[in-house]
Design a protein around this ligand. Structure first.
Ligand SMILES: Nc1nc2c(c(=O)[nH]1)N[C@H]1C(S)=C(S)[C@@H](COP(=O)(O)OP(=O)(O)OC[C@H]3O[C@@H](n4cnc5c(=O)[nH]c(N)nc54)[C@H](O)[C@@H]3O)O[C@H]1N2
Ligand SMILES: Nc1nc2c(c(=O)[nH]1)N[C@H]1C(S)=C(S)[C@@H](COP(=O)(O)OP(=O)(O)OC[C@H]3O[C@@H](n4cnc5c(=O)[nH]c(N)nc54)[C@H](O)[C@@H]3O)O[C@H]1N2
Ligand code: SF4
Ligand SMILES: [Mo]
Length: 737
């Protein structure tokens, strides 16, 4: 290392792994990124994506200045010019169509921006969008609904205590690729190995024998969409065999008898054909869970983005409760984060309606504040009062990530005002009139307010920006100003807005705003983070708790700080109106007839499921050559016997057709998949005209969500059904010349 090289400790912003990294910088150039063995949380763990943050920062395609489009031409603009242009576009839409014509779509990558994670709420409050969409409805919304109904808090998702469990049961999650989700752990696969080394067992329920299933003691190759039925049968066995043990939850739970009644008809024999799982396998799993000293039952994306996402998400927790494994060490439990950011959402109302007003075209209710992503296209392309004419997107690429994407792609081109906050001109943002670039991950500080609350290791890690942002307003100022413009107040004083926003947070926390602001005069995201830490469970409470934590504590500890393991929460956990755990919410029982109808339905020859790969992150990292080089990863996995029957060989092009579209893709016959199921990764389909991601265009793949029909949703949450889509698969015969 030469003397002009500096090493900066940072943390990877990409997934919930929260890996500490050491970034080597010479001048303005990142010359290397290595795992940080000193980081107290990750202790040297890393994956291939984390080493590419320098490539993201230096990517010539990454936007550094605002972009304005006229026709198919883009030009760089100054920030003031860009804001003025947005104001003009927004005013035009308001004049022609009124305030109901505006919508917002917020995506997965908002969580990684330091200010973005904190200020999108201010933006939304200012803008008062008539319709809000987010990637929640292609992800965890079913779990939000079930946790809201059971515990009275939509973010109170139980986290598996993999480090102390004896039996880990995963439904529809593949941490070997994803690194864990709603479950932040330094190294899930390492922890699984450790658990098995202690004599513990892993069971994976997944139509695909994934990397995680290959590391398991048992793989149960369920039919997609059948988890709710299988879980109901597990519940039935627990009651029938007298295995229900609430343990410490006794006296805290409502609805046990109701669950007994609801589950009575779901014997393993009755659900077996629908689930594609033998009755003995279901019965044994139920008995194993009941017999394990400690069992952690966890369901993730495969149980959410499917036809019965909310039922399955609910029943995963029902099984944990009935076996006394919720809120228990070694079971599933909750974290008690150092900086509880969610306190800063509007005060949680247990009487808040689950269902909001119905939307215009399909008449579906907004659920927990979100309209289904699959409704966006029709809300734009169906004319009439209330049609969306102005859209703000941030941190999302729904043309690749949301269902019915052909229609959405076409609909976006009808907008009169589309503004995107994004690093790239991609499949979605190519339709924008103005793109405002966020900072690169290395140009901003980082403290992961989203992931720490899903970690049972209580701690925190702050890292400073490595490169100063050049010639640009602070990120929070950009967001506050944008919110004001969409809200129709062009001359907003953003300092005053920030102070008012911050004062509201102080009031929610029972603090006197002027005295807090006298101690924390500096505006912006760090002030909010400091407030969260100081008022959190270990905070200094502005001097009331001497020796307690504040932001400076983390600035003084660049390797991060850990405070042990989360503790059970007892009766205080439940924020429902009854102050008890609601095991059988009527809303869930009312959804069971839909499951019954599906059980009686004829089954298609093939259904399609999604998969993730370690070297990819949803739709946007395919511009990093280091991640896309080598073999094509966007292939259709199909069982070898199904492939042989259809005359399909490795690498052959096959045509996959669903109710909403067709793609041509290379086949990859494998043994590790259930017959009748085919698997394709999502987030591909690059190289469309007008996007500007050169490396991704050279490795385009196909867009999975051309095949996801917009109307297919889990009705209880409005979440997209991205898995279990009926498809046909046929070889494409090439005509010999
Ligand atoms: N490398 C990488 N990491 C990521 C991401 C990424 O794109 N790449 N994305 C991040 C995001 S946004 C999220 S939400 C998380 C998701 O994290 P995970 O939930 O772990 O996601 P997947 O790896 O897609 O695993 C989902 C599994 O569900 C299975 N499945 C499909 N349908 C069904 C079904 O009906 N029942 C059951 N039981 N299983 C089913 C699939 O075969 C697949 O193996 O990953 C995060 N981490
Ligand atoms: N078929 C199928 N579809 C799926 C899934 C699936 O399993 N199968 N998974 C679903 C899930 S779980 C999710 S979360 C969604 C994800 O889908 P989206 O929420 O649409 O997220 P990404 O595809 O990751 O796109 C992120 C966008 O943010 C931009 N970006 C990157 N960093 C930043 C930043 O710091 N700030 C801002 N403003 N922008 C940034 C990127 O350039 C990119 O345009 O996809 C969903 N779609
Ligand atoms: S993307 Fe990889 S390096 Fe980054 S936090 Fe996740 S696991 Fe760690
Ligand atoms: Mo996600």
């Amino acid at each position: 290392m030469t003397s002009d090289t500096t090493i900066h400790r940072h943390s990877c912003t990409l997934c919930e792994g929260m890996c500490g990294i050491k970034v080597e910088v010479r001048g303005e150039q990142v010359i290397g990124i290595r795992p940080d063995a000193d980081n107290v949380f990750s202790r040297g763990h890393i994956c291939p994506k984390g080493t590419t943050l320098g490539a993201v920062h230096h990517d010539p395609d990454r936007l550094r200045r605002p972009m304005i489009r006229s026709g198919s031409e883009w030009r760089e603009a100054g920030w003031e010019e860009a804001f003025a242009h947005i104001e003009q576009l927004v005013a035009g839409v308001r004049e022609r169509h009124g305030t109901d014509a505006f919508a917002f779509y917020s995506g997965n990558m908002n969580k990684s921006g330091f200010d973005t994670a904190r200020y999108l709420m201010l933006l939304a409050q200012q803008a008062r969008f008539a319709q809000r969409f987010s990637s929640s409805s292609v992800d965890q919304l079913p779990k939000n609904v079930s946790t809201f109904l059971m515990y009275g808090d939509m973010w109170k998702m139980p986290i598996p205590d993999v480090d102390r469990t004896d039996l880990f049961v995963i439904f529809g999650g593949n941490p070997s690729a994803s690194k864990g989700s709603m479950f932040s752990h330094r190294d899930v696969m390492g922890a699984i190995k450790g658990m098995r080394g202690r004599g513990g067992r892993l069971v994976v329920v997944d139509p695909v024998r994934t990397g995680t299933a290959q590391a398991a003691d048992q793989w149960i190759g369920i039919r997609p969409g059948a988890d709710a039925a299988m879980l109901m049968a597990i519940v039935q066995v627990l009651f029938a065999d007298g295995l229900v043990r609430l343990r410490h939850l006794d006296g805290l739970v409502n609805g046990v008898d109701e669950i007994r009644r609801l589950s009575a008809g779901y014997t393993p024999e009755r659900v077996s054909a629908f689930c594609g799982v033998a009755p003995e396998v279901i019965r044994t799993l139920a008995r194993d869970i009941a017999a394990a000293p400690r069992a952690a039952i966890y369901g993730r994306i495969g149980t959410c983005t499917q036809e019965f996402g909310t039922l399955a998400s609910w029943l995963v927790d029902v099984v944990a409760v009935l076996t006394g494994n919720l809120d228990r060490e070694g079971g599933t439990m909750w974290s008690d984060p150092v900086a509880p950011h969610l306190k800063l959402t509007p005060p949680y109302r247990t009487d808040a309606p689950l269902l909001g007003p119905r939307n215009r075209v399909r008449g579906v209710p907004g659920i927990l504040g979100n309209y289904p992503a699959s409704c966006l296209a029709e809300e734009i392309d169906t004319p009439g009062p209330g049609a969306i004419r102005g859209l703000l997107t941030s941190g999302c690429n729904p043309v690749l990530s949301a269902p019915g994407s052909a229609r959405l792609d076409a609909a976006l081109s009808l907008l009169e005002c589309m503004v995107s906050i994004d690093l790239y001109i991609n499949e979605t943002t190519r339709h924008a009139h103005v793109i405002l670039p966020p900072l690169s991950p290395l140009e901003q500080p980082h403290y992961d307010v989203w992931s720490w609350p899903f970690s049972l290791t209580v701690g925190g890690h702050y890292s400073a920006a490595i490169f100063p942002p050049k010639e640009r307003p602070a990120e929070w100022r950009v967001l506050a100003r944008l919110g004001s413009i969409f809200g129709g107040q062009s001359e907003a004083d953003v300092d005053a807005l920030d102070d008012a926003f911050f004062a509201r947070m102080c009031q929610q926390l029972g603090l006197d705003p002027p005295s807090v602001m006298a101690q924390l005069p500096e505006r912006g995201g760090e002030r909010i983070l400091d407030l969260c830490i100081r008022t959190g469970p270990l905070g200094d409470r502005f001097g009331e708790n001497p020796g307690g934590l504040n932001l400076q504590s983390f600035k003084d500890a660049p390797d991060g700080l850990l405070f042990g393991h989360a503790k059970p929460q007892g009766a205080a956990a439940y924020k429902t109106p009854s102050k008890r755990l609601e095991l059988a919410p009527p809303y869930m029982a009312e959804d069971l007839p839909r499951l019954e109808a599906a059980m009686a339905r004829e089954r298609p020859e093939f259904v399609l499921v999604s998969r993730r790969n370690l070297r990819s992150l949803n739709s946007w990292m395919h511009n990093m050559y280091a991640l896309v080089k080598g073999r094509d990863r966007c292939t259709l996995q199909i069982h070898t016997e199904d492939a042989a029957r259809l005359g399909i060989e490795e690498g052959d092009t096959v045509e996959v057709t669903s109710g909403s579209g067709t793609v041509h893709v290379a086949a990859e016959p494998i043994d590790d998949i259930r017959r009748g199921v085919v698997s394709l990764p999502h987030g591909w389909g690059h190289g469309q005209s007008g996007s500007r991601m050169a490396t991704a265009a050279g490795h385009p793949g196909v867009n999975y969500n051309l095949l996801s029909p917009g109307p297919l949703v889990d009705a209880a949450s409005g979440n997209a059904m991205l898995n279990g889509i009926p498809v046909t698969v046929t070889p494409v015969t090439t005509v010999q010349a």
